[in-house]
Design a protein around this ligand. Structure first.
Ligand SMILES: Nc1ncnc2c1ncn2[C@@H]1O[C@H](COP(=O)(O)OP(=O)(O)OP(=O)(O)O)[C@@H](O)[C@H]1O
Length: 258
């Protein structure tokens, strides 16, 4: 579904150049949920933004569902396949656009028909009643705003969702609701996820495999069972696990003599 190889992303010019991503490579299978973890500034969001086509200068190869981002970037079908959900739904929704307007605009941009019927279904899919349809962002809670942002992403009928810390701006109780919604949507729509989170518990709950990033490089790719068990081959991953506040490796804790 997604293949990234030798991805390099930099900002600015020498001597102030920042090498945000250095030779990153990984593959995500159709229907898989793949996590990206690493300390702040390690390049996680930059990888997502590059795949979403939001970064002008990069080298390497990004292929999604057989299409090549460099070759097919002007093709609307490419960006229909890939949609992104951002950390802060308030920032990503226009304050003067109602939920209805946000969804209708996205559907029209995608060339969809039967807009009205689709909006009803999208609200239903993300667990928002029809009474939310004509509300504005400031009339919604943080969790409800994130549901609208997810509905907007789903409006394009994507196959790959890029999730950049989708719950970290939300209250803890609401975080679980949104994560459960995302898990249900993945199963219902056969979606593939690439998810960034600084919270290893979230990645442990939501992903099948993950890559660990350090200073722009991928230092380890591992199945989530290894994260849960506290197993890693890279010393940096072990440090990250140890440093992750509140993270518990349940299997390791439960193991006899552990
Ligand atoms: N537009 C930009 N201009 C200049 N530098 C940037 C830009 N965007 C990101 N960077 C730099 O690139 C590096 C990687 O940033 P990125 O946001 O990808 O990290 P991250 O791992 O997602 O961090 P966080 O967990 O804090 O969101 C950082 O050093 C950051 O300062």
């Amino acid at each position: 579904m997604l293949s990234v190889s030798d991805l390099n992303v930099w900002f600015g010019q020498i001597p102030d150049r920042v090498d945000a991503v250095r030779g990153a490579g990984f593959r995500v299978a159709p229907g898989e949920s793949f996590g990206l973890v690493g300390e702040s500034g390690s390049g996680k969001s930059t990888v997502l933004r590059a795949i979403a086509g939001l970064i002008p200068t990069w080298s390497g190869s990004i292929r999604v569902d057989g299409a090549d981002l460099r070759r097919d970037r002007r093709d609307r079908a490419f960006f229909k396949t890939v949609q992104m959900v951002f950390q802060d739904p308030y920032a990503s929704l226009h304050p003067r656009h109602s939920v209805d307007a946000v969804l209708a605009e996205t559907l029209r941009l995608q060339g969809m028909d039967r807009i009205d019927r689709r909006i009803v279904r999208l609200l239903d899919d993300v667990g928002l009643g029809q009474s939310f349809r004509f509300r504005y962002p400031h009339q919604l809670s943080g969790g409800q705003r994130q549901r609208v942002a997810i509905a907007r992403a789903l409006a394009a009928e994507p196959r790959l969702l890029l999730l950049d810390e989708p719950t970290s701006a939300l209250d803890v109780s609401v975080q679980a609701e949104i994560l459960n919604l995302l898990a249900d949507l993945r199963a219902e729509h056969g979606l593939t996820y690439l998810m960034v989170s600084h919270d290893l518990s979230v990645i442990g709950h939501m992903c099948d495999r993950l890559a660990v990033m350090q200073q722009g490089r991928i230092v380890e790719v591992m199945p989530v069972e290894d994260l849960r068990a506290g197993r890693s081959t890279a010393p940096y991953t072990a440090q990250l696990m140890a440093a992750s506040a509140g993270y518990r490796a349940p299997d390791a804790v439960a193991a006899p003599g552990a």
